[in-house]
Write a protein that binds this ligand. Structure first.
Ligand code: 16G
Ligand code: MG
Length: 611
């Protein structure tokens, strides 16, 4: 059952300095850590290193809310796909997306200030700079939403954040255990003036389920009205039971709620196309993110372990895996011969963007009214990029790795911007031109037969902005979007998988003394330093292209980048054969070791067994 949040009302007046100082000094900087750094997705460390930073982040989030004139912000306590021992914080800005890049440095300064005296001084400087302190010491209203995942230390860590935000006089809304995208949704909806008119404002858990489930059911229902297709779409037996691997994390608990909601929808007669949901890998069934979940499945290219589940293989023909905080999703299945097939973020981008574009063209055959496009990262498989450009015929932009970068690019470049990282992070953003398009189509199509294809397309497009979580990628709503599209297309995972074949690829990582010696261009497709590294990588790619002599399709490709979440350099290579990809990645590893201060013995050649 969805719980209501616990609300602690604040009076906008911070505690006296001495009391704030006592709270800050009770959680000194850990001696084992030289500095906190703000990674790709916020702070993420071994949990015992975090209390100091978290007390200060309670203060920080309150200040951020104050700086926005009382708009509501959020903090999510999670380390996503990391092991259980780690924890972290993702910060949600008032638009619901990730913290504005300009404020990351303030978060880092506060986290790293040597003691309470410095924290308070920084806090005053920041407050004065953004003009938030009144002469009586009162701040504008401040509201901070808090969510946490199922890790054992998430509750005590969340309590620290709540304590310090309250010490600032902020109102704190504690949502308890939720997924990361739910917390982002609450924040986006709490600042309701930013929502487009067609999305009802619902800023709690029950409202979240309602929006997602109702718009999903509405999208499925449009499949019941296709003229000339035998009365409507049918669910293929191989897509009738959707098995959800919850990574032994929060996503399993939350997605299980939809089983109840679907039962209610069925009772109410909304039965078109609803699948059976079967959730496996709940918290406690097995260790969080170990041998299961999206990270494991995508990186290992193998099926997850189904802890405590003895169902027959047949029910596993249609499986989706979430990561530990349910902000990403991949699909997969084993075919009749037991071969594993992964449908990753690239495949989702292809499915979603071609669906939206097809529906738009039913109303606007020239495809000129709304600019659609897909944002990928350098990790996108070359075959997917080629398919998007040549078959879907859409615009493609390659952006830097990390949700905050792909999200910003989708927003910047397109009226309907689809973004998915290969690892399954992604969503769709709808801009003002899309809403204008819908409004004018509604006016134009009013009175035309309901079963006309343009009318059906309009009904489909109209529910999408509510179904997708536009604040951030969301495993639950992405899963339903994908499932609805498959249903409307009459496909199962194998039809979807057969749209194009991935180029064989290889990913690896290597330790160097200082990974910042490697810098890259804006979208990370080439290294800018050390200069010799890129020259050697290019020579290796050219040699592989000659060796493989493949005429069509994407060329062998390799890039390297310092990780934003780990102390390592990441390597990606793809080629026309697995052997070629392995060899290119091995060569890159050797070059990094030689030219960038590799730690330990030179790396051994990489060999993928599944040739
Ligand atoms: C984080 C990012 C993800 C990115 C990954 C790259 C968010 C919410 N998550 O998990 O988008 O793909 O980092 O990790 O932004 P890396 O820098 O270690 O390769
Ligand atoms: Mg995650």
């Amino acid at each position: 059952m969805s719980a209501l949040p616990k609300i602690y009302r604040g009076n906008s007046t911070p505690l006296p300095d001495a009391e704030l100082a006592a709270l800050i000094d009770a959680y000194p900087k850990p001696s084992r850590l030289s500095e906190y750094s703000y990674g790709t997705a916020g702070f993420r460390y071994e949990a015992s290193l975090l209390p100091c930073a978290f007390v200060r982040m309670g203060i920080f989030t309150a200040l951020r809310s104050a700086s926005l004139g009382g708009e509501e912000v959020g903090a999510m306590i999670t380390a996503s796909h990391n092991a259980e021992r780690d924890n972290g914080m993702k910060l949600a800005d008032s638009h619901g997306g990730m913290l504005d890049a300009d404020w990351e440095e303030h978060a880092v300064s506060l986290a790293n200030a040597p003691d309470s005296k410095h924290v308070l001084a920084l806090m005053r400087t920041l407050a004065n700079r953004v003009g938030t302190t009144a002469p009586d010491g009162k701040f504008p209203p401040m509201v901070v939403h808090i969510g946490r995942d199922t890790r054992s230390h998430s509750t005590p860590l969340a309590e620290l954040v709540i304590r310090s935000a309250r010490a600032m006089g902020a109102t704190v809304i504690d949502h308890g255990t939720v997924t990361t995208p739910m917390l982002h949704h609450f924040v986006m909806h709490a600042n309701g003036h930013m929502l487009p008119m067609c999305i009802p404002q619902r800023c709690n858990e029950g409202g979240y389920y309602e929006i997602v489930a109702m718009s999903y059911a509405a999208l499925l229902r449009t499949g019941g009205t296709i003229v000339g297709v035998g009365g409507g779409c049918r669910r293929l037996p191989s897509a009738s039971t959707l098995v959800i691997d919850g990574a032994c994390g929060i996503g399993a608990i939350k997605v299980d709620e939809f089983r109840r909601i679907f039962a209610r929808l069925s009772d109410e007669g909304c039965t078109v196309g609803l699948p059976s949901l079967r959730v496996v890998n709940f918290p406690g069934d097995g260790p969080l993110n170990v041998d299961c979940g999206a990270e494991f499945v995508q990186k290992q290219q193998s099926p997850p372990k189904f802890y405590g589940d003895s169902a027959s293989g047949a029910s596993r023909q249609y499986v989706t895996s979430f990561d530990g905080d349910a902000d990403r999703v991949v699909f997969h299945y084993e075919d009749g011969g037991g071969e594993f097939h992964l449908l990753d973020g690239d495949k989702i981008a292809v499915l979603v963007s071609s669906f939206i574009q097809d529906e738009l063209r039913c109303i606007d055959p020239d495809g000129t009214a709304v600019k659609c496009g897909v944002v990928q990262t350098a990790y996108a498989n070359g075959s997917s990029t080629l398919y998007l450009k040549n078959v879907v015929k859409t615009n493609v932009v390659i952006a830097k790795t990390g949700v905050k970068f792909v999200h910003a690019a989708a927003h910047h470049h397109f009226d309907v911007g689809v973004y998915f990282e290969a690892n399954g992070h992604g969503t769709v953003l709808f801009g003002p031109k899309f809403y204008d398009f819908i409004a004018s189509a509604e006016a134009r199509l009013r009175g035309t037969p309901r079963h006309d294809r343009a009318n059906i397309a309009l009904r489909r497009l109209r529910v999408l902005p509510a179904l997708v979580n536009q604040s951030v990628g969301d495993a639950m709503s992405d899963m339903m979007l994908v499932d609805a599209i498959l249903f409307l297309r009459g496909w199962d995972l194998s039809t979807w998988a057969s749209l194009y074949s991935d180029m064989p690829s290889k990913q690896a990582k290597i330790k160097v003394a200082d990974r910042t010696v490697i810098t890259t261009n804006d979208n990370e497709t080439a290294a800018t330093a050390p200069v010799a590294l890129q020259i050697a990588l290019q020579a290796a790619m050219d040699a592989m292209a000659t060796q493989e002599n493949a005429k069509d399709g994407p060329k062998p490709r390799c890039f390297v980048r310092p990780s934003g979440t780990e102390d390592a350099v990441r390597v990606y290579a793809e080629a026309n054969t697995q052997k070629g990809a392995d060899s290119l990645a091995s060569e890159a590893m050797i070059l990094i070791h030689k030219l960038c201060g590799g730690v330990g013995a030179p790396p051994q050649p990489l060999i993928t067994n599944r040739l």
